[in-house]
Write a protein that binds this ligand. Structure first.
Ligand SMILES: *Cc1c(COP(=O)(O)O)cnc(C)c1O
Length: 473
């Protein structure tokens, strides 16, 4: 247990060695064997450069660009680069945010506040859209209309039918996080424009790699601001731009479209607050680190990294196709490999892969979709992909030998029954007390069987159980 406020200060080398000790329990952020959460280009020296840039600007406050013009210049540079990459023109403007979720919340806020006369504004998304849209709708009290997809892709005619007089925004993905599939952006843009409704393209995941994949010859539709009817687009620099965490960009096709994104308040005794984004005080560290990363890699660097990623995706997808017991679930058209079961228990398989050093992301069943395993593929995987096939084959054999997991018999549960005591008992029963999350098949099987509202309650309860103040030493 760590005491964050010791009676007397602790020497620097001791603090750093404690931090290294803590970090050693984490999944490996480098090495091409982690297929979610982190994006690794495996470029020598890049981490060190980003760290130095981060340190230079860590204490700078983005609250006031007149006090810290360095940050304004860096943000304008990042927005300019994103606009060039994503089909912007002279009218394009944008903001630097802390992440994809913030970019999406702000896109929804701008659309909502552009229509003060609509009392119950609504947002239309395909069912494959990122959960951050549901969060935005929830935070902003905007109604959410979720439209079914066809073959994992948004359906323009169903979206058109879902647009009503209170719709302030339509959104779609390029590509979707879960499956890596690109929605038909031009057709949806045409539909939104015909209704006079804003259309946001969520390219948080793929915005920094799709342009390069297209340049490399991938058969992907146009998806950016060059498509008539696209009014805004978001791209996370902490994903395929390989910047350290905490930077995303939200672009609008014009200043007029961006205006309602701002919050301004002069009616108090302190400074007039003008915020383009959700945070007020914010660190310059992530922004400087992102700029350093972009300038170091350059356009040519990103093209090479996209080629490496594409090669890795091909190798992994071939492995999935070749191994009995699993199958490709979605076309590997971008940087995701998504597999489903063809006989094996997927949650046991995920544990068996983890035991062999491959950390994947299980996805639960959703409506008519089966459970799947998601692999976010980054450039570092090109060096490890060749050894995946034999480990996948071994892991499938081991999972078949183990058989499906047995889960504890629980009475029928409803979200109200999930009390802190119930969660504590369940966690102990599943062996989660010790902080070892390497064998998750039982937990995942249990969650997979739970309807979404129950799953939400179980996981909220569990996170709340983990998040308890540490006692002093
Ligand atoms: C990651 C992601 C988001 C959310 O981004 P965060 O940076 O995690 O807040 C939104 N949409 C898509 C498609 C994503 O992949």
């Amino acid at each position: 247990m760590i005491d964050a406020l010791p009676e007397k200060g602790v020497p620097a080398d001791q603090i750093l060695s404690e931090l290294r000790g803590l970090r050693s329990a984490d999944l490996p952020t480098h090495g091409g064997r982690l297929f979610a959460y982190v994006y690794d280009p495996a470029v020598a020296g890049l981490d060190e450069l980003a760290r130095q840039a981060y340190a230079l600007s860590a204490s700078v406050n983005g609250l006031d660009p007149t006090a810290f013009p360095s940050l304004l210049a860096m943000e304008n540079a990042l927005v300019g680069a994103a606009a060039r990459l994503l089909g912007g023109d002279d009218a394009t403007v944008g903001s630097v945010t802390s992440g994809g979720t913030e970019s999406l919340i702000l896109a929804v806020k701008a659309a909502r506040d552009a229509h003060p006369s609509i009392r119950d504004p609504r947002l239309v998304v395909p069912s494959t859209a990122h959960a951050a849209f549901a969060k935005a709708a929830h935070y902003l009290r905007v109604g959410l209309d979720v439209v079914p997809v066809k073959d994992l892709r948004a359906d323009p005619s169903l979206i058109s039918a879902a647009i009503g007089p209170d719709t302030v925004l339509v959104a779609a993905s390029a590509p979707s996080y879960a499956h890596g599939v690109v929605d038909p952006i031009p057709a949806i843009a045409a539909v939104a424009a015909a209704h006079g409704v804003r259309f946001h393209v969520d390219a948080c995941f793929g915005g920094w790699i799709l342009p390069y994949l297209r340049r490399l010859g991938a058969d992907l539709p146009p998806f950016d601001l060059s498509v008539p009817g696209v009014t805004s687009i978001s791209v996370d620099l902490h994903k395929y731009a390989y910047a350290p965490k905490g930077v995303s960009i939200l672009l609008h096709a014009s200043e007029e479209l961006r205006r309602p994104q701002y919050f301004a308040y002069a009616d108090w005794p302190g400074y007039t607050m003008i915020n383009p984004v959700i945070s007020s005080t914010r660190s310059g560290g992530p922004i400087a680190a992102a700029l350093a990363t972009l300038r170091s890699l350059g356009d040519a660097g990103y093209l090479e990294l996209a080629a490496a990623t594409r090669e890795a995706v091909g190798i992994l997808a071939d492995a999935v196709t070749a191994v009995d017991g699993v199958r490709l679930y979605a076309p590997p058209e971008t940087s995701v490999v998504c597999l489903a079961s063809a006989g094996v228990d997927l949650f046991v398989l995920a544990d068996e892969l983890a035991a062999r050093g491959w950390h994947t992301q299980p996805q639960m069943a959703y409506r008519e979709l089966p459970p799947t395993i998601h692999l976010t593929v980054t450039a570092s995987v090109r060096d490890t992909a060749a050894s995946f096939a034999s480990d996948l084959s071994d892991a499938v054999a081991a999972a078949e030998a183990r058989g499906p997991v047995q889960v504890p018999d629980l009475p029928p549960l409803s979200p109200e029954m999930i009390t802190p005591d119930f969660i504590a008992g369940l966690a102990a029963g599943l062996g989660l007390g010790g902080g070892d999350f390497s064998r998750m098949a039982e937990v995942n099987t249990l969650l997979n069987a739970a309807p979404p509202a129950l799953r939400e309650a179980l996981l909220t309860g569990f996170l709340s159980l983990l998040q308890r103040p540490a006692q002093g030493a």
